[in-house]
Design a protein around this ligand. Structure first.
Ligand SMILES: [Fe+2]
Length: 369
């Protein structure tokens, strides 16, 4: 038996007006300092009467941040939590919403944890409003937190972490800085491709994943130029890719990105953009049939398209291949322990992961010389 899970999706220009339906209820807006400084909180709070705002630091949240946020939520007792920000803010709010009700170490929350047994009653409604077009956190039931002491990523996964409502309003993406447009776009593209190639893929996730990949190939470069219709399409595509991978999972690119991010503090979007081509090239050589199916379905040579985007956005010039090479053994070990490895089109050996890293490093070095 399979299940497809998704929040209710409110989307399109001015869809943020939907928060007006929460007027009169006790709302907590969770955001970060950057979003607050951009004045975006006002575009939400003007529709509300009874609200407070908590701004977390603008960085990937760690387990302590989530616990601290949960403590504040416990004090405020909101009826509605509105997470306004990128994936980090939304992940922190998702974690906080669970941890405010249950006393359980974040790393012990898995897809098999019955949170109701720990006292979780789902007292609040979580509304996610993404301000970037990439992570898909607004529609997924996974949360990525940093464990700063262990230098690793903690993945909390449970269907109860999923927001009830996602509002996909492109307004918040118009002022995304250039790097964020590129990295978040690659993250969304990787979600779409890995969701389609995943061993857990299914007809529902396939439809969303393939349509999202196709829309991203058609809109990514124009979105980078700042064309509003393309940015709106990227915003919708990113959520569709999130819905796809939330219901089929990701694979080796994400395992490597989590490992590299934890060891070297490389932003997630940059790490996936560096590993996407080498992993796909590896799959192609290993005869992964689903890659051909994706190409046929969307009418694009996926490998060539990814290489074209990688070169347009000069990804290989940004990555420090020598630093990754120095930490190769540690990255291989962490990637092999990552849960995303399990749903790759085939489960790789340590040597396979090492080979992919070497390919990526070599490509970066070629660019330097
Ligand atoms: Fe991702």
């Amino acid at each position: 038996m399979w299940r497809f899970s998704s929040p209710q999706i409110i989307f399109g220009r001015d869809s943020v007006e939907h928060v007006e339906t929460f007027r009169g209820r006790r709302c907590l807006i969770v955001t970060d300092e950057v979003i607050k400084d951009l004045g975006y909180v006002d575009s939400i709070s003007k529709y509300l009467e009874n609200h407070e705002t908590v701004a977390i630091r603008a960085d990937e949240p760690c387990t302590d941040d989530a616990l601290e946020l949960a403590e504040k939520m416990r004090y405020i007792q909101p009826e509605i939590i509105i997470a306004l920000g990128g994936g980090s803010v939304i992940d922190a709010a998702k974690a906080g919403r669970i941890l405010m009700e249950v006393d359980i170490p974040p790393e012990e929350i898995t897809p098999f944890t019955d949170l109701e047994e720990y006292g979780f009653k789902g007292k609040t409604v979580l509304v996610a409003i993404p301000t970037t077009s990439g992570t898909g956190s607004e529609v997924t039931w996974a949360i990525v937190l940093k464990d700063e002491r262990e230098k690793r990523k903690v993945i909390m996964a449970n269907v109860k972490t999923m927001p009830e409502i996602a509002i996909i309003d492109p307004f918040f993406t118009y002022s995304m800085p250039e790097n964020l447009v590129i990295w978040s776009g690659f993250d969304a593209l990787t979600h779409a491709i890995e969701a389609f190639l995943s061993s857990f893929s299914n007809p529902f996730s396939d439809a969303l994943a393939s349509n999202s990949a196709s829309m991203i190939f058609s809109n990514f470069i124009r979105s980078h130029r700042g064309e509003k219709d393309a940015r709106e399409n990227m915003h919708i595509s990113a959520t569709m890719a999130g819905m796809a991978f939330s219901n089929s999972q990701v694979g080796i690119v994400h395992a490597l990105a989590h490992a590299t991010g934890a060891s070297l503090n490389i932003p997630h979007g940059l790490a996936v953009s560096a590993f996407l081509y080498p992993v796909l090239e590896f799959y192609s050589e290993r005869g992964v049939k689903r890659l051909n199916e994706l190409c046929l379905k969307i009418g694009h040579n996926v490998l060539q398209e990814v290489e074209r985007l990688e070169s347009v956005f000069e990804i290989r010039k940004i990555i420090d291949g020598s630093e990754i090479k120095m930490h190769q053994d540690e990255i291989v070990k962490k990637a092999m322990e990552d849960s995303c490895i399990v749903t790759a089109p085939f489960v790789p050996a340590e040597d396979d992961i090492a080979e992919i890293i070497e390919r990526m490093v070599e490509r970066c070095m070629q660019e330097e010389s």
